[in-house]
Write a protein that binds this ligand. Structure first.
Ligand SMILES: Nc1ncnc2c1ncn2[C@@H]1O[C@H](COP(=O)(O)OP(=O)(O)OP(=O)(O)O)[C@@H](O)[C@H]1O
Length: 897
């Protein structure tokens, strides 16, 4: 398992910082660069959580880190320090062989620690392992099951307040909104009165000044403040331009009002096109100052809100966790609270131990602590059940709607809900190490490191802004040098600043995004944020999950043709193995099969036995294969027997104990290769039956009863109608589709042939944990990879695709996948992915056009302004015009897709 910047050498520590003032990707890069410059420091900065995680050697103090952030122009506070001991506290979730789905779903089945029991030996394995785990202690990477509550065994990361993502953005948006409303209310009369001499009442200039001044000072305060902050670090930003333009226009107007003669009562002023025509009297430009401020506030407000929304996924996820916990302390008759004195060899509480309970915030819980969970309560953190049994609902993490039974020795996952019985749980992972936090980190990691489309504007502004300021100064000096009066020189300079102030720039991105994403939503596509658009441009490879993405994901089992009982030793009388010729597509031509005489709909004999046993264990799983088998079993044999000790082995199969006709059987259903690995004996007839079924494109799973393979069940899925056309369209867009599946190679190839994906682009028999590696591998070959999946067994791959490309979650997928994905396809159809890419690319194109229009007015206007052919008012008009063009252009996206 890889670690998240955790060093194993002594002296190193992991410091979490909360960083204030970052607004864009370039801020992240700046902070990261300054931190990484420190000797031995490895920093990763996240904009969404406004935090930095730094691995620092002992030689670098916290103050050094804070100093580095300050040098980048931001402020930071230390929110936590953890020692890199106990790698399980800070493991990289995505590097585990358990995908998010499986990790989250480890409520009662296999967790990251991996329950490795054989098929025929599930009973009691949990408890036995628990005891073994207690000996190994918590250092066992990823699988801290069995961490006994000994002080020395428990990793004790420093307390860290839960991140409150985007809170500063809410405050920022609220503040901008406030300023925007007030500025707008004041700017309208300023503009109307300044432009219409007929409305210029006695003393109007003073009234206009009184209305414009609060806008130019208080309203534009965010720009002044940011400009000042940037200048202090020698940087010029758009804020510099806005701030200077507003200050210059206001300063000039004040001068004109007080000393330049414009304050003369009874004076009227018309809108003048050229500074020279203003004659002897100084002109006022309050309306320019007010409107520049108002327009830009509107843009910034839209931006802040969009930014807050981009953190929704993470917020939703982290808020899932329990806030409080009932901590249980066990005390032995001798007064000891040591684990050895209060727990027995099995890890269960000793009968003579006295219990005391107290409510505490979840943050206080440490690995090794005991806590109780009542029915209906959320499980506080990941742990192992040491007393009681219940059913746990993990649907909020996995989408798996059926609660899973848990008993002593089973792992439970924090944030899942205990539905029925009371449980006593020993915490194995707390804080950063929990499944929930890992998924959160995965989402964050997936969200970080993307290039927002605004970067283009930032890049241009890096050159544009200083150039404009230089031009404004040159204009001013040039006019003076040519012997013009100060007022004209100053006004020309201000006109340059104002026309150059790219007001439409604030609208270019948000409006296009708004319209583009609205249109996408109409077509069943939810786009997460601006960075997604940029990713679609470069996308050249798209990994498509097979089941549920290319295919319907609704499998079916035709009992008459697709169940072959090969050997029924120990479960009734042996049946002959007769398997239909699978190469024939006409099922009616099958002359012999094992169940010709079987009365339908209610079967009897070996097939019924096989179906009842397989159906009983599959009933507890949500996998499409499982559902097909369970439904078919119920239809054909009626009521299914109960299953005990059910285990779901992600990407492999299921196991459990089933009592049938008074005998208890160890039953497993799953991939033939997995069963063979578990030591199940697989007769040749089974292998042949599997091969025969797979050739037809079916997913063949094997039923093993008491350690012997007895039947083959071939389930079939149908390719979605739209898949083939959608794959063709992807190709037309220059995107290479790659099929990825956990299913067998032949079934995969069958589907690939049907939709037109060549054999070299099919990756079959990939375990859920390895799917992410396929994406990583493609990325390392230099491809920009998108991934479409439903998150059931590919959440990690989806998140990985999101790091450099795009993750598309199918609407029918899990909540976590949907939250983690860049794009959610509400309409579960592959052509929704095509629509998503198309709309995203169109939106990106429109944004670029908008940026062009936002700049072109300035670029053309600047020479005119410098020549004194434009007064700041006209400059303001031109800006408004460019804004209109930008908005109109964005509206074209209403017909996109
Ligand atoms: N509940 C189950 N019962 C029986 N077999 C299963 C079960 N779950 C998984 N398997 C076996 O493991 C294989 C891989 O499963 P996995 O969930 O990784 O992929 P999949 O659903 O077949 O396809 P995809 O990767 O395209 O979504 C399945 O094809 C099946 O053979």
């Amino acid at each position: 398992m890889a670690s998240f910047g955790v060093a194993d050498a002594t002296g190193e520590r992991v410091v979490d910082l909360s960083v204030q003032g970052m607004t864009c990707a370039s801020c992240v890069a700046r902070v990261e660069k300054k931190l990484n410059k420190l000797d031995g420091v490895d920093a990763s900065v996240n904009l969404a959580t406004e935090s930095a995680r730094v691995t620092a050697p002992a030689s670098v103090s916290d103050d050094d880190l804070l100093g580095a952030v300050a040098r980048a122009g931001y402020s930071a506070t230390v929110t936590g320090t953890s020692q890199p001991e106990g790698a399980d506290v800070l493991v990289d979730p995505t590097a585990s062989d358990t995908s998010a789905g499986s990790a989250a779903g480890s409520g009662s089945s296999e967790g990251p620690g991996g329950r490795t029991e054989g098929v025929a030996g599930t009973a009691g394995a949990g408890t036995a392992q628990s005891a073994a785990g207690a000996e190994r202690g918590t250092s066992e990477a990823g699988g801290s099951r069995g961490a006994a509550p000994r002080a020395e065994a428990a990793p004790t990361p420093a307390r860290k307040p839960a991140p409150r993502i985007g809170e500063s953005q809410i405050a920022r948006a609220a503040d901008l909104k406030h300023r925007l409303i007030v500025s707008l209310i004041l700017s309208v009369p300023v503009m109307v009165i300044s432009m219409a001499p007929a409305l210029q009442f006695y003393g109007w200039q003073w009234a206009v000044a009184a209305m414009a001044l609060p806008v130019a000072t208080w309203g534009a305060w965010p720009f002044h403040k940011a400009a000042w902050g940037a200048i202090k670090h020698g940087a010029f930003t758009m804020d510099t331009l806005v701030s200077m333009g507003v200050i210059a226009a206001t300063g000039w107007s004040l001068w004109a009002l007080i000393w330049g003669g414009a304050g003369e009562l009874g004076m009227r002023m018309s809108m003048e096109l050229m500074p020279r025509s203003s004659g002897h009297m100084a002109h006022m430009y309050f309306e320019s100052a007010a409107w520049v401020t108002t327009f830009l506030l509107a843009g910034r407000f839209a931006e802040a809100r969009a930014k807050y929304r981009s953190g929704d996924a993470l917020r939703a996820l982290l808020e899932l966790g329990a806030k409080e916990v009932t901590v249980v302390t066990l005390t032995s008759p001798s007064g000891s609270t040591d684990a050895v004195d209060v727990l027995d060899d099995e890890g269960a509480p000793r009968a003579d131990a006295v219990r005391s309970e107290r409510r505490a915030p979840v943050d206080e819980l440490r690995a090794g602590d005991l806590f109780s969970v009542r029915p209906g309560e959320k499980i506080a953190t990941d742990g192992v059940v040491i007393e009681g049994s219940s059913a746990v609902d993990a649907s909020m993490l996995t989408g798996e709607s059926v609660p899973v039974d848990v008993a002593v020795g089973d792992e439970v996952t924090g944030a899942t809900v205990n539905t029925s019985g009371s449980l006593l749980v020993r915490a194995t992972r707390v804080g950063e190490g929990t499944t929930l936090a890992r998924i959160g980190k995965m989402v964050t990691a997936a969200q970080a490191g993307k290039a927002p489309v605004q970067r283009l504007a930032d890049r241009i502004s890096g050159v544009f802004v200083p150039t404009v300021i230089g031009l404004a100064v040159l204009t001013f000096l040039g006019w003076l040098a040519l012997g013009h009066p100060l007022q004209h020189a100053f006004m020309a300079g201000v006109a340059v600043l104002v026309i150059a102030c790219p007001c439409a720039l604030g609208l270019a991105t948000p409006t296009a995004l708004l319209v583009g994403s609205g249109r996408a939503a109409q077509l069943g596509v939810v786009i997460k944020g601006p960075e997604v658009l940029e990713s679609t441009r470069a996308l050249d490879t798209i990994v498509l999950d097979k089941t549920g993405t290319i295919t319907e994901g609704r499998m079916s089992l035709d009992v008459e043709h697709d169940v072959a009982v090969v050997e029924a030793a120990g479960v009734g009388s042996p049946a002959s193995a007769t398997i239909r010729d699978p190469r024939s597509s006409d099922r009616s031509r099958q002359a012999h099969h094992a169940f010709d005489e079987a009365p339908n709909p209610v079967l009897s004999g070996p097939t019924a036995t096989a179906l009842a046993l397989a159906g009983a264990v599959e009933h507890a799983s949500e996998h499409p294969v499982a559902q097909a088998i369970a439904v078919s079993a119920r239809d054909n044999v009626g009521e299914l027997p109960q299953v005990a000790d059910f285990s779901n082995h992600e990407g492999r199969g299921v196991s459990g104990r089933v009592e049938l006709d008074g005998t208890v059987h160890e039953v497993a259903v799953g991939r033939p290769t997995w069963l063979a690995e578990q030591g199940v004996s697989v007769p040749d007839a089974i292998t042949t039956a599997v091969d025969d079924a797979q050739v037809t494109g079916a997913t063949a799973v094997v039923l093993a009863v008491d350690g012997a393979a007895t039947a083959v069940l071939a389930v079939r899925d149908t390719v979605r109608e739209s898949s083939k056309a959608a794959i063709g369209q992807l190709r037309e867009m220059g995107i290479r589709p790659v099929l990825l599946t956990g299913d067998n190679a032949r079934a995969a190839q069958h589907v690939a042939d049907e939709v037109g994906i060549p054999a070299q682009d099919v990756r079959a028999e990939v375990l859920p944990g390895d799917k992410r590696d396929v994406v990583t591998e493609l990325q390392s070959q230099g491809h920009d990879v998108g991934m479409v999946g439903d998150g059931v067994n590919d959440a990690a791959a989806l998140a990985q695709a999101g790091t450099q490309g795009l993750g598309f979650a199918m609407g029918s997928g899990t909540d976590v996948a949907i939250e983690a994905a860049d794009i959610t396809l509400v309409r579960a159809d592959l052509d929704a992915a095509v629509t998503a890419i198309r709309i995203s690319r169109q939106t990106l194109r429109i944004i670029k056009q908008n940026l062009f229009w936002a700049f072109i007015y300035n670029v053309l206007g600047i020479p005119l302004a410098a020549l004194g052919l434009l007064n700041p008012m006209i400059a303001g008009g031109a800006m408004a015009c460019s804004s209109v063009i930008v908005v109109t252009n964005s509206l074209r996206l209403r017909r996109a897709g």
